[in-house]
Write a protein that binds this ligand. Sequence first.
Ligand SMILES: C[S@@+](CC[C@H](N)C(=O)[O-])C[C@H]1O[C@@H](n2cnc3c(N)ncnc32)[C@H](O)[C@@H]1O
Length: 370
Amino acid sequence: MLFEEYTFFNHQFPEPQYLGAKHTHLPWLNKHVPSGVKTALDAFGGSQSVAFLFKQLGFEILTNDFLNFNHQIGLSLIENKDCKILESDVKMLFNQSSAKGQFSLIAETYSDIFFEREEAEFLDNFRANVNDLDNSYKQALAFTVMNRALTRKVTMGHFAHTQALNYANNPDRIKRNRSLARPIKDIFLDLLPKYNAAVFDNKQENRSFNMNTLELMPDLPKMDLAYFDPPYCDSHADYQSFYHLLETFTVYWKDKEFVNSIRRYEPQRYSGFDKKKTALDSLEYLFELSDEIPHWLISYNDRSYPSVDDLQKMVGRYRDVQVEAKTYQNGRGGKGSVAGSREILIICKPKKKHPVKIGTRLETVADEGF
Ligand SMILES: C[S@@+](CC[C@H](N)C(=O)[O-])C[C@H]1O[C@@H](n2cnc3c(N)ncnc32)[C@H](O)[C@@H]1O
Protein backbone atom coordinates (compact mmCIF):
# COMPACT_ATOMS: atom_id res chain seq x y z
CA MET A 1 0.00 0.00 0.00
CA LEU A 2 1.27 3.46 -0.86
CA PHE A 3 1.81 5.99 1.93
CA GLU A 4 -0.97 8.15 0.46
CA GLU A 5 -3.50 5.31 0.75
CA TYR A 6 -2.93 5.19 4.50
CA THR A 7 -3.96 8.82 4.71
CA PHE A 8 -7.19 8.04 2.79
CA PHE A 9 -8.12 5.86 5.76
CA ASN A 10 -8.07 8.95 7.98
CA HIS A 11 -11.42 9.82 6.38
CA GLN A 12 -14.21 7.96 8.12
CA PHE A 13 -17.32 6.75 6.38
CA PRO A 14 -20.28 8.34 8.26
CA GLU A 15 -22.31 5.48 9.71
CA PRO A 16 -25.38 4.81 7.55
CA GLN A 17 -28.69 3.26 8.59
CA TYR A 18 -29.52 1.33 5.46
CA LEU A 19 -30.84 -2.15 4.99
CA GLY A 20 -28.04 -4.49 3.92
CA ALA A 21 -25.32 -1.83 4.21
CA LYS A 22 -21.89 -3.40 4.53
CA HIS A 23 -20.10 -0.81 6.67
CA THR A 24 -19.66 -3.29 9.55
CA HIS A 25 -18.17 -5.91 7.19
CA LEU A 26 -15.62 -3.70 5.46
CA PRO A 27 -12.46 -5.10 7.16
CA TRP A 28 -13.63 -8.64 6.28
CA LEU A 29 -14.43 -7.63 2.73
CA ASN A 30 -11.11 -5.83 2.38
CA LYS A 31 -9.25 -9.07 3.18
CA HIS A 32 -10.74 -10.59 0.05
CA VAL A 33 -10.05 -7.73 -2.37
CA PRO A 34 -7.57 -9.23 -4.85
CA SER A 35 -4.17 -7.60 -5.21
CA GLY A 36 -3.27 -5.55 -8.27
CA VAL A 37 -6.73 -3.95 -8.63
CA LYS A 38 -6.70 -0.41 -10.04
CA THR A 39 -10.30 0.02 -11.22
CA ALA A 40 -13.45 -1.24 -9.49
CA LEU A 41 -17.21 -1.18 -9.95
CA ASP A 42 -19.72 -1.12 -7.11
CA ALA A 43 -22.77 -2.13 -9.14
CA PHE A 44 -25.39 -1.83 -6.34
CA GLY A 45 -23.86 0.97 -4.28
CA GLY A 46 -26.67 1.59 -1.72
CA SER A 47 -25.15 3.58 1.15
CA GLN A 48 -21.86 3.55 -0.85
CA SER A 49 -19.96 1.95 2.02
CA VAL A 50 -18.04 -0.43 -0.25
CA ALA A 51 -17.39 2.22 -2.91
CA PHE A 52 -15.98 4.33 -0.05
CA LEU A 53 -13.62 1.49 0.95
CA PHE A 54 -12.50 1.24 -2.69
CA LYS A 55 -11.90 5.00 -2.69
CA GLN A 56 -9.76 4.65 0.42
CA LEU A 57 -7.82 1.88 -1.31
CA GLY A 58 -6.96 4.35 -4.09
CA PHE A 59 -8.95 2.63 -6.85
CA GLU A 60 -10.64 4.41 -9.71
CA ILE A 61 -14.31 3.70 -9.00
CA LEU A 62 -17.55 3.50 -10.90
CA THR A 63 -20.47 3.23 -8.52
CA ASN A 64 -24.15 2.87 -9.31
CA ASP A 65 -27.57 2.57 -7.72
CA PHE A 66 -30.97 2.78 -9.39
CA LEU A 67 -32.33 4.89 -6.53
CA ASN A 68 -31.48 8.55 -6.90
CA PHE A 69 -30.92 9.27 -3.19
CA ASN A 70 -28.16 6.64 -3.15
CA HIS A 71 -26.66 8.15 -6.30
CA GLN A 72 -26.50 11.48 -4.44
CA ILE A 73 -24.30 9.76 -1.82
CA GLY A 74 -22.17 8.45 -4.70
CA LEU A 75 -21.84 11.95 -6.16
CA SER A 76 -21.07 13.62 -2.83
CA LEU A 77 -18.71 11.09 -1.24
CA ILE A 78 -17.26 9.03 -4.11
CA GLU A 79 -17.12 11.30 -7.17
CA ASN A 80 -16.67 14.58 -5.27
CA LYS A 81 -13.04 15.47 -4.51
CA ASP A 82 -13.24 18.63 -2.46
CA CYS A 83 -16.65 20.37 -2.35
CA LYS A 84 -17.96 20.82 1.17
CA ILE A 85 -20.97 22.61 2.59
CA LEU A 86 -19.75 25.85 4.14
CA GLU A 87 -21.38 28.04 6.78
CA SER A 88 -22.67 30.42 4.09
CA ASP A 89 -24.30 27.45 2.29
CA VAL A 90 -25.99 26.34 5.51
CA LYS A 91 -27.39 29.82 6.01
CA MET A 92 -28.74 29.82 2.48
CA LEU A 93 -30.26 26.31 2.87
CA PHE A 94 -32.22 27.42 5.93
CA ASN A 95 -33.32 30.81 4.55
CA GLN A 96 -36.89 31.38 3.47
CA SER A 97 -36.83 30.44 -0.23
CA SER A 98 -38.40 32.75 -2.80
CA ALA A 99 -39.50 29.61 -4.70
CA LYS A 100 -41.14 28.13 -1.59
CA GLY A 101 -44.62 28.45 -3.14
CA GLN A 102 -43.72 25.86 -5.79
CA PHE A 103 -42.40 23.41 -3.21
CA SER A 104 -45.14 21.82 -1.15
CA LEU A 105 -44.93 18.11 -1.97
CA ILE A 106 -43.62 16.97 1.41
CA ALA A 107 -46.11 19.00 3.44
CA GLU A 108 -48.99 17.89 1.22
CA THR A 109 -48.01 14.22 1.23
CA TYR A 110 -46.49 13.49 4.63
CA SER A 111 -47.74 16.05 7.18
CA ASP A 112 -49.03 14.21 10.25
CA ILE A 113 -47.77 10.87 8.89
CA PHE A 114 -44.01 11.07 9.35
CA PHE A 115 -43.65 14.71 10.44
CA GLU A 116 -45.64 17.52 11.99
CA ARG A 117 -46.72 20.03 9.32
CA GLU A 118 -44.12 22.59 10.43
CA GLU A 119 -41.27 20.11 9.95
CA ALA A 120 -42.67 19.02 6.59
CA GLU A 121 -42.79 22.67 5.45
CA PHE A 122 -39.22 23.13 6.66
CA LEU A 123 -38.25 20.22 4.38
CA ASP A 124 -40.01 21.73 1.37
CA ASN A 125 -38.22 25.02 1.97
CA PHE A 126 -34.85 23.25 2.31
CA ARG A 127 -35.56 21.28 -0.88
CA ALA A 128 -36.30 24.50 -2.79
CA ASN A 129 -32.99 25.99 -1.58
CA VAL A 130 -30.92 22.93 -2.61
CA ASN A 131 -31.62 23.85 -6.24
CA ASP A 132 -29.99 27.24 -5.65
CA LEU A 133 -26.65 25.87 -4.38
CA ASP A 134 -24.01 26.88 -6.90
CA ASN A 135 -22.43 23.45 -7.38
CA SER A 136 -23.87 19.99 -8.10
CA TYR A 137 -21.58 18.26 -5.55
CA LYS A 138 -22.79 20.65 -2.86
CA GLN A 139 -26.35 19.84 -3.86
CA ALA A 140 -25.59 16.13 -3.63
CA LEU A 141 -23.99 16.57 -0.21
CA ALA A 142 -27.00 18.54 1.01
CA PHE A 143 -29.28 15.65 -0.07
CA THR A 144 -26.96 13.09 1.51
CA VAL A 145 -26.86 14.79 4.90
CA MET A 146 -30.57 15.68 4.94
CA ASN A 147 -31.63 12.17 3.91
CA ARG A 148 -29.49 10.72 6.68
CA ALA A 149 -31.05 13.20 9.14
CA LEU A 150 -34.50 11.96 8.06
CA THR A 151 -33.62 8.31 8.78
CA ARG A 152 -32.51 9.45 12.25
CA LYS A 153 -35.75 11.31 12.80
CA VAL A 154 -38.02 8.29 12.27
CA THR A 155 -38.21 5.11 14.30
CA MET A 156 -36.23 2.18 12.88
CA GLY A 157 -34.67 4.42 10.22
CA HIS A 158 -37.15 3.63 7.50
CA PHE A 159 -40.54 4.73 6.18
CA ALA A 160 -42.44 1.45 5.81
CA HIS A 161 -44.44 2.09 9.00
CA THR A 162 -46.65 4.87 10.29
CA GLN A 163 -45.47 4.93 13.90
CA ALA A 164 -43.04 7.84 13.52
CA LEU A 165 -45.20 10.49 15.20
CA ASN A 166 -46.50 8.13 17.91
CA TYR A 167 -42.97 7.26 18.89
CA ALA A 168 -41.84 10.89 18.68
CA ASN A 169 -44.31 11.54 21.54
CA ASN A 170 -43.42 8.48 23.60
CA PRO A 171 -40.93 9.29 26.41
CA ASP A 172 -39.61 5.69 26.55
CA ARG A 173 -38.83 5.71 22.85
CA ILE A 174 -37.25 9.15 23.08
CA LYS A 175 -35.05 7.95 25.94
CA ARG A 176 -33.72 5.24 23.62
CA ASN A 177 -33.42 7.53 20.58
CA ARG A 178 -33.24 11.24 21.34
CA SER A 179 -33.38 12.14 17.64
CA LEU A 180 -37.08 11.20 17.45
CA ALA A 181 -37.98 14.39 19.31
CA ARG A 182 -35.29 16.68 17.90
CA PRO A 183 -35.87 19.23 15.11
CA ILE A 184 -34.62 17.94 11.74
CA LYS A 185 -32.51 21.08 11.40
CA ASP A 186 -30.52 20.20 14.55
CA ILE A 187 -29.94 16.62 13.41
CA PHE A 188 -28.71 17.96 10.04
CA LEU A 189 -26.29 20.35 11.76
CA ASP A 190 -24.93 17.56 13.98
CA LEU A 191 -24.27 15.30 11.01
CA LEU A 192 -22.82 17.87 8.62
CA PRO A 193 -19.22 18.00 10.00
CA LYS A 194 -18.95 14.18 9.74
CA TYR A 195 -19.98 14.27 6.08
CA ASN A 196 -17.77 17.25 5.23
CA ALA A 197 -14.84 15.36 6.78
CA ALA A 198 -15.59 12.32 4.59
CA VAL A 199 -15.00 14.30 1.37
CA PHE A 200 -11.54 13.62 -0.04
CA ASP A 201 -9.59 13.27 -3.27
CA ASN A 202 -8.07 9.86 -3.94
CA LYS A 203 -6.46 11.27 -7.11
CA GLN A 204 -8.77 9.31 -9.40
CA GLU A 205 -11.64 10.27 -11.66
CA ASN A 206 -14.45 8.39 -9.88
CA ARG A 207 -17.99 8.36 -11.26
CA SER A 208 -21.43 7.74 -9.79
CA PHE A 209 -24.34 6.50 -11.93
CA ASN A 210 -28.09 6.31 -11.38
CA MET A 211 -29.18 3.46 -13.64
CA ASN A 212 -30.43 -0.05 -13.67
CA THR A 213 -27.15 -2.00 -13.47
CA LEU A 214 -28.18 -4.25 -16.34
CA GLU A 215 -28.50 -1.22 -18.60
CA LEU A 216 -25.27 0.36 -17.37
CA MET A 217 -22.94 -2.66 -17.68
CA PRO A 218 -22.73 -2.86 -21.50
CA ASP A 219 -21.32 0.70 -21.68
CA LEU A 220 -18.64 0.37 -19.00
CA PRO A 221 -14.92 0.57 -19.72
CA LYS A 222 -12.59 -2.31 -18.77
CA MET A 223 -12.47 -2.86 -15.01
CA ASP A 224 -10.37 -5.11 -12.75
CA LEU A 225 -12.98 -5.85 -10.09
CA ALA A 226 -16.78 -5.86 -9.81
CA TYR A 227 -18.53 -5.87 -6.46
CA PHE A 228 -22.12 -7.13 -6.57
CA ASP A 229 -24.46 -6.67 -3.64
CA PRO A 230 -27.90 -7.01 -5.24
CA PRO A 231 -31.08 -6.83 -3.14
CA TYR A 232 -31.71 -10.15 -1.46
CA CYS A 233 -34.76 -11.56 -3.13
CA ASP A 234 -37.33 -13.15 -0.79
CA SER A 235 -35.92 -11.52 2.37
CA HIS A 236 -38.17 -8.44 2.74
CA ALA A 237 -35.53 -6.24 1.14
CA ASP A 238 -38.06 -3.85 -0.33
CA TYR A 239 -35.91 -0.76 -0.73
CA GLN A 240 -38.60 1.31 -2.39
CA SER A 241 -41.08 0.73 0.42
CA PHE A 242 -38.50 1.29 3.13
CA TYR A 243 -36.93 4.45 1.68
CA HIS A 244 -39.67 5.86 -0.57
CA LEU A 245 -39.68 9.17 1.27
CA LEU A 246 -35.97 9.79 0.63
CA GLU A 247 -36.48 9.13 -3.08
CA THR A 248 -39.53 11.39 -3.15
CA PHE A 249 -37.69 14.18 -1.29
CA THR A 250 -34.70 13.92 -3.67
CA VAL A 251 -36.46 13.51 -7.02
CA TYR A 252 -39.48 15.58 -6.01
CA TRP A 253 -41.74 13.57 -8.28
CA LYS A 254 -44.26 15.34 -10.48
CA ASP A 255 -45.66 12.20 -12.09
CA LYS A 256 -46.34 9.67 -9.31
CA GLU A 257 -49.26 8.61 -7.25
CA PHE A 258 -48.82 8.23 -3.50
CA VAL A 259 -50.44 5.06 -2.21
CA ASN A 260 -51.15 3.18 1.03
CA SER A 261 -50.91 4.50 4.57
CA ILE A 262 -47.18 5.21 4.12
CA ARG A 263 -47.82 7.23 0.92
CA ARG A 264 -45.27 5.29 -1.14
CA TYR A 265 -44.82 6.43 -4.75
CA GLU A 266 -46.31 4.40 -7.54
CA PRO A 267 -45.29 3.11 -10.04
CA GLN A 268 -41.99 1.97 -8.54
CA ARG A 269 -38.70 1.72 -10.39
CA TYR A 270 -38.00 -1.66 -11.98
CA SER A 271 -35.16 -3.61 -10.34
CA GLY A 272 -35.26 -7.12 -11.83
CA PHE A 273 -33.36 -8.52 -8.80
CA ASP A 274 -35.95 -8.24 -6.05
CA LYS A 275 -38.75 -10.54 -7.28
CA LYS A 276 -38.59 -14.32 -7.63
CA LYS A 277 -40.06 -14.16 -11.12
CA THR A 278 -37.13 -12.20 -12.56
CA ALA A 279 -34.21 -12.72 -10.11
CA LEU A 280 -32.61 -15.76 -11.80
CA ASP A 281 -32.67 -14.24 -15.29
CA SER A 282 -31.30 -10.94 -14.00
CA LEU A 283 -28.42 -12.63 -12.16
CA GLU A 284 -27.62 -14.77 -15.18
CA TYR A 285 -27.58 -11.71 -17.44
CA LEU A 286 -25.46 -9.77 -14.91
CA PHE A 287 -22.80 -12.50 -14.95
CA GLU A 288 -22.87 -12.68 -18.74
CA LEU A 289 -22.37 -8.91 -18.95
CA SER A 290 -19.46 -9.10 -16.48
CA ASP A 291 -17.47 -11.66 -18.41
CA GLU A 292 -14.73 -9.15 -19.30
CA ILE A 293 -14.20 -8.16 -15.64
CA PRO A 294 -11.70 -10.68 -14.23
CA HIS A 295 -12.49 -10.51 -10.50
CA TRP A 296 -15.91 -10.42 -8.85
CA LEU A 297 -16.90 -10.22 -5.20
CA ILE A 298 -20.54 -11.04 -4.50
CA SER A 299 -22.22 -10.30 -1.17
CA TYR A 300 -25.12 -12.53 -0.36
CA ASN A 301 -27.26 -13.82 2.48
CA ASP A 302 -28.21 -17.42 3.17
CA ARG A 303 -31.91 -16.56 3.50
CA SER A 304 -32.25 -15.37 -0.06
CA TYR A 305 -33.48 -16.78 -3.34
CA PRO A 306 -31.72 -18.48 -5.11
CA SER A 307 -29.94 -20.48 -2.40
CA VAL A 308 -26.22 -19.97 -1.84
CA ASP A 309 -25.56 -23.38 -3.44
CA ASP A 310 -27.56 -22.52 -6.54
CA LEU A 311 -25.93 -19.13 -6.87
CA GLN A 312 -22.52 -20.75 -6.47
CA LYS A 313 -23.36 -23.17 -9.29
CA MET A 314 -24.47 -20.30 -11.50
CA VAL A 315 -21.29 -18.31 -10.90
CA GLY A 316 -19.18 -21.46 -11.23
CA ARG A 317 -19.92 -21.55 -14.94
CA TYR A 318 -18.01 -18.29 -15.33
CA ARG A 319 -15.43 -18.17 -12.54
CA ASP A 320 -13.51 -20.21 -9.96
CA VAL A 321 -15.45 -19.72 -6.77
CA GLN A 322 -14.64 -19.63 -3.04
CA VAL A 323 -17.40 -19.03 -0.47
CA GLU A 324 -16.81 -17.31 2.90
CA ALA A 325 -19.48 -16.86 5.60
CA LYS A 326 -20.03 -14.77 8.74
CA THR A 327 -22.93 -15.38 11.16
CA TYR A 328 -24.94 -12.39 12.38
CA GLN A 329 -25.28 -12.34 16.17
CA ASN A 330 -27.89 -9.58 16.44
CA GLY A 331 -30.73 -8.55 14.22
CA ARG A 332 -32.31 -5.15 14.32
CA GLY A 333 -35.74 -6.75 14.58
CA GLY A 334 -38.79 -6.13 12.45
CA LYS A 335 -38.87 -6.35 8.69
CA GLY A 336 -35.55 -7.16 7.08
CA SER A 337 -34.14 -8.56 10.35
CA VAL A 338 -30.91 -10.46 9.83
CA ALA A 339 -30.61 -12.27 13.20
CA GLY A 340 -29.32 -15.83 12.82
CA SER A 341 -28.70 -15.51 9.10
CA ARG A 342 -25.25 -15.60 7.56
CA GLU A 343 -23.51 -12.95 5.52
CA ILE A 344 -21.92 -14.64 2.54
CA LEU A 345 -19.08 -13.45 0.36
CA ILE A 346 -18.53 -15.25 -2.92
CA ILE A 347 -15.01 -14.66 -4.18
CA CYS A 348 -14.71 -15.20 -7.93
CA LYS A 349 -11.47 -15.47 -9.84
CA PRO A 350 -10.76 -16.16 -13.50
CA LYS A 351 -10.90 -19.89 -14.17
CA LYS A 352 -7.57 -21.67 -13.96
CA LYS A 353 -6.39 -22.86 -17.31
CA HIS A 354 -4.90 -26.34 -17.55
CA PRO A 355 -3.42 -28.19 -20.52
CA VAL A 356 -5.29 -31.19 -22.02
CA LYS A 357 -4.19 -33.46 -24.81
CA ILE A 358 -6.36 -33.30 -27.95
CA GLY A 359 -5.02 -35.91 -30.41
CA THR A 360 -1.32 -35.12 -30.52
CA ARG A 361 -1.73 -31.42 -29.60
CA LEU A 362 -1.61 -29.88 -26.12
CA GLU A 363 -4.31 -27.20 -25.72
CA THR A 364 -5.18 -24.96 -22.79
CA VAL A 365 -8.77 -25.10 -21.61
CA ALA A 366 -10.55 -23.53 -18.68
CA ASP A 367 -11.74 -25.62 -15.72
CA GLU A 368 -15.46 -26.19 -15.86
CA GLY A 369 -15.66 -25.88 -12.10
CA PHE A 370 -18.68 -28.03 -11.33
C1 LIG B 1 -28.02 -4.83 -0.64
S1 LIG B 1 -28.21 -3.16 -1.17
C2 LIG B 1 -26.54 -2.64 -1.38
C3 LIG B 1 -25.94 -2.24 -0.07
C4 LIG B 1 -24.57 -1.60 -0.24
N1 LIG B 1 -23.57 -2.57 -0.60
C5 LIG B 1 -24.17 -0.91 1.04
O1 LIG B 1 -23.15 -1.22 1.64
O2 LIG B 1 -24.93 -0.01 1.45
C6 LIG B 1 -28.79 -3.34 -2.80
C7 LIG B 1 -28.95 -2.03 -3.58
O3 LIG B 1 -29.27 -2.34 -4.93
C8 LIG B 1 -30.08 -1.31 -5.44
N2 LIG B 1 -30.73 -1.89 -6.64
C9 LIG B 1 -31.74 -2.79 -6.72
N3 LIG B 1 -31.97 -3.16 -7.99
C10 LIG B 1 -31.07 -2.47 -8.75
C11 LIG B 1 -30.80 -2.42 -10.14
N4 LIG B 1 -31.48 -3.17 -11.02
N5 LIG B 1 -29.81 -1.63 -10.58
C12 LIG B 1 -29.11 -0.85 -9.70
N6 LIG B 1 -29.33 -0.84 -8.37
C13 LIG B 1 -30.29 -1.66 -7.90
C14 LIG B 1 -31.00 -0.94 -4.28
O4 LIG B 1 -31.47 0.38 -4.41
C15 LIG B 1 -30.06 -1.14 -3.08
O5 LIG B 1 -29.50 0.10 -2.70
